[in-house]
Design a protein. Structure first.
Lengths: 543, 316
């Protein structure tokens, strides 16, 4: 454990005991009930899976440099993109912000000593680790080639890969997020500090509350679906395979009933991060606080009613498709509300050009493209052409990578001084944000054009005329990879050599900035009493 | 057909223009909104850059009017796009009644296509210019998806059921046919070519090469081979209903309810005969599941479609 070793040195000048230096050795970490230490455990674990998923992504981009399948066989390619998707979705994106930054901050932001169920929190990490090991065994033991969507009857009958093991891993990872969601909901309801009313909660907490609702209500459905899939594959129960009397489209309904809300698990937390960072960067109360808060809840609710927009060409009923389409258009509204309110927050602010600002601006740019391109896909008449092409691939990467990963990285920078007690070199933070922004756009923007030209997703070989844009995309991916490696380097450096962080390096508002960096084990020396609104940088004027 | 570095697909069907118009319409809307936000945040960044470290700006809580404004405008525009896109969708899924029928069976990893005149093709489809073509499609194994980008049409091909797709080609040429739904190892090689020919060239192509028996003739042969005709007598005296003139009718079912006799109903009646029994008949027909190929079923359907109602011999 690298972090514990440097704390020996840090503790010498630290004025008091903090969560990092109050115990050393592997046991003090592996049996910890401290939400902050569990967050650190999660950060380390999901970083490993992010690296693994990124490795698979690089292999995909290498193979697609040429139209022929010359780097690997088709079977290998199919496994590589499947494992990229499965690892990134279930082992990185879903837990990314909630289990790390959320785990660290939700109790502190509400003014609590810990989450409501500290042991359950630790259990969720162990469940995640076991799921991760199962997933790794599935990868090492030959891989899985169904895509992360596990569509039947290919997955249940025809595939010759480790489907059951991979489904089992995803199933267990789901339980880990159920436990995290449960902990957040109970904590936010019952453990707010005196004076911390619902409408004084930071928007980060609101977005995590909405996310937790989805985790609690949606994840059991994917668990059931994967069990049905395993029963059909392992024992020949006929749920989805028409040869056994099943219905392959039923699987899609069940799968997307969870997996569409899960898309919002993969974006809402980053919206929370954005709200915090925008307020700090502009040193201003978030414009239209209530609207931003309720738009998170609106997204969580509407998100449950749009799953059929993944199935416009699947032979689902036309009228069902219309209902799914119109509600999908309505989801655009709360997303637009957030974007406009963030923009308005910057108005007459006091905007500092630091790393957080670079990430906020990068996020706004990428989320705009990701969100707006959703309108193309919600349009039934247009989705017929775009469905299952690279347009879809580009769209959801703009949301999940441009949104969630950008939010995760930005948040990690923003709260890095709080988590580690160390400062990173700000110039490098800005460089990394720029690299990610440029590399990301070069990687994924050409894919919109490829998609409209008709290049289907999950193609190992492709017609020659698609090559130029694919090469551009692969070049962008190498810049993007650099954008991810650079922060890994200087953030690690800062743990050992970085200057000690003050309690509130950005002059930001919020309970997490009132305690020490890093915080003590129980977060506050004494329970805070909240007497003001969130983000109260000065007296508030009604407009 | 293709330049070396195209950025836009061919417009080769009657839909292509309308789909592209919707695409550019939404694109214009998106660019408009994105520009507003981008221009504003850039101006704000320049104008409101932090001057000193202890600067605290005036705090603004919010503005109800603005919130309503930027909730209502996107909502109204989104609903407008919804209406536009949905009207187009209905056009895209509703074939004209006189469309030519063709049949598609997908399997790992090839497309098998058949023309009513009997001509069979693999991974190639020849169609006449300016004619509406309606495809009836199914799969022998996993999900596939039939996709012709130049026509802007796509539909999943699902085992166990029929799906339909139609188009009218408007430009002579050869175009990509892709499988768009991941279907296993050779998914990216489950591709083909659609050839749009002038009508006279199409006729020449249809009659050239090896002669195939028309689908309804092949279907009639299967009808006798599987002894369907012993029960389904044309004069209605058999143990099963007469199939003459039955296609396209709505029939009453044993135990109540009605069913439209379409491709899916005939397919179900062959594979799972007792699912929907016509009123007045007994569930005595055996299943033919696993005995007839998907192509055979389609030929039987073509034959049953061709059976005209018997001429009325007496007037009432």
């Amino acid at each position: 454990m690298a972090i514990t070793e440097q704390d020996v040195q840090a503790s010498e000048d630290a004025p008091s005991v903090n969560y990092l230096n109050n115990g050393y050795g592997l046991k003090s970490w592996l049996l910890t009930k401290d939400h902050k230490r569990i967050a650190v455990l999660y950060i380390i674990s999901i970083s490993i899976f992010f690296a693994l998923g990124g490795l698979f992504a690089s292999l995909v981009r290498f193979e697609l440099m040429t139209p022929e399948g010359d780097l690997m066989s088709s079977d290998t390619y199919n496994k590589v993109f499947s494992m990229h998707g499965i690892i990134m979705v279930f082992f990185f994106l879903v837990p990314s912000i909630p289990a790390t930054i959320g785990n660290f901050l939700v109790p502190i932001m509400v003014g609590a000593k810990d989450l409501a169920f500290p042991r359950v929190n630790l259990l969720s990490w162990y469940v995640y680790v076991v799921a991760g090991i199962l997933g790794t065994i599935a990868v090492v033991g030959g891989g899985v080639d169904t895509g992360w969507t596990f569509y039947t009857p290919y997955s249940s009958t025809y595939s010759n890969s480790n489907v059951i093991l991979a489904a089992m891993a995803a199933f267990m990872a789901g339980f880990s997020s159920i436990l995290t969601g449960l902990n957040f909901v109970v904590t936010i309801h019952t453990m707010r500090a005196p004076g911390m009313t619902w409408f004084r909660l930071p928007l980060f907490v609101w977005s995590h509350y909405a996310t937790s609702l989805i985790m609690l209500l949606g994840t059991p459905v994917i668990a059931i679906t994967l069990v049905l899939l395993m029963l059909e594959r392992g024992f020949g129960f006929g749920f989805f395979d028409p040869n056994l009397g099943g219905d392959p489209v039923l699987f899609q309904h069940l799968f997307w009933f969870y997996s569409h809300p899960a898309v919002y698990i993969m974006i809402l937390p980053s919206m929370g991060v954005m709200s915090e960072m925008v307020a700090s960067v502009a040193r201003k109360r978030v414009f239209g606080y209530e609207f931003v808060a309720f738009s998170s809840v609106a997204i969580a609710i509407l998100g449950f009613l749009v799953w059929g927009h993944h199935m416009f060409v699947s032979s689902q009923s036309t009228y069902a498709g219309m209902v799914f389409s119109i509600i999908t258009f309505l989801v655009a509204v709360p997303s637009a509300i957030k974007t406009f309110n963030w923009t308005a927050t910057l108005y007459k602010g006091s905007i500092v050009y630091d790393t957080a600002m670079f990430y906020v601006y990068g996020y706004l740019g990428l989320f705009l493209v990701g969100g707006l391109t959703g309108l193309f896909l919600s349009s039934m008449g247009l989705d017929i052409h775009l469905h299952d092409t690279y347009f879809v691939v580009a769209h959801f990467h703009y949301i999940m990578v441009g949104g969630q990963v950008m939010g995760y990285l930005g948040g990690m920078h923003f709260w890095w001084p709080k988590i580690t007690g160390k400062m990173f070199p700000d110039i490098w933070g800005r460089v990394s944000a720029l690299l990610v922004f440029l590399g990301f756009n070069l990687t994924f923007f050409p894919q919109f054009i490829l998609g409209y030209m008709g290049m289907p997703r999950r193609y190992h070989v492709y017609p020659d005329e698609f090559q130029v844009l694919n090469v551009a995309s692969s070049m962008g991916a190498s810049i993007l990879a650099l954008g991810y490696l650079v922060p890994g380097a200087y953030l690690t450096w800062s743990i050992f050599k970085g200057p000690k962080a003050p309690d509130n390096p950005w002059g930001a508002k919020g309970l997490e900035w009132e305690t020490t960096s890093p915080p003590p084990t129980f977060n506050f020396e004494e329970t805070p009493v909240v007497t003001e609104e969130a983000y109260q940088y000065g007296p508030i004027e009604e407009h | 057909m293709q330049t070396d570095f195209p950025l836009f697909p061919d417009q080769a069907s009657s839909f292509a223009f309308h789909v592209d118009a919707l695409y550019f319409g939404i694109l214009a809307l998106c660019v408009f909104f994105a520009l507003i936000v981008v221009i504003l945040v850039v101006i704000f960044a320049i104008k409101y850059q932090r001057k000193s470290d202890d600067e605290v700006p005036r705090q603004i809580a919010g503005h109800l009017g603005l919130e309503i404004f930027w909730t209502a405008i996107p909502a109204v525009l989104a609903l407008g796009v919804f209406v536009w896109a949905t009207v187009l969708y209905f056009h895209l899924i509703t074939p004209p009644p006189n469309a030519m029928e063709m049949y598609v069976v997908g399997k790992q990893w090839m497309w098998k296509l058949q023309h009513p005149e009997g001509k069979k093709e693999i991974n190639e489809l020849h169609v006449p210019l300016g004619e509406s073509v309606r495809l009836t499609m199914t799969s022998e194994d996993v999900l596939h998806s039939f996709y012709i980008p130049a026509f802007r049409v796509k539909k999943d091909v699902v085992p166990g059921r029929y799906t339909n797709l139609w188009f009218k080609a408007t430009q002579v040429g050869s175009y990509h046919l892709f499988c768009a739904e991941f279907c296993g190892t050779e998914h990216s090689r489950m591709i083909g070519t659609v050839h749009v020919l002038e009508p006279q060239d199409y006729e020449a192509w249809l009659t050239g090469g090896t002669a195939n028996e028309p689908m309804e003739v092949a279907g009639e042969r299967l009808f006798e081979q599987y002894a369907c005709h012993t029960c389904h007598k044309m004069d209605g005296t058999g143990r099963g209903p007469s199939l003459a003139g039955l296609f396209g009718k709505t029939v009453a079912l044993e135990g109540g309810g009605t069913a439209l006799v379409d491709e899916a109903y005939i397919r179900e009646s062959i594979l799972n005969p007792s699912a929907k029994i016509m009123a007045g008949y007994k569930p005595i027909m055996p299943t033919f599941k696993g005995q007839i190929s998907e192509e055979g079923i389609i030929q039987l359907i073509a034959y049953i479609k061709s059976l005209k109602a018997p001429e009325l011999t007496s007037m009432e």
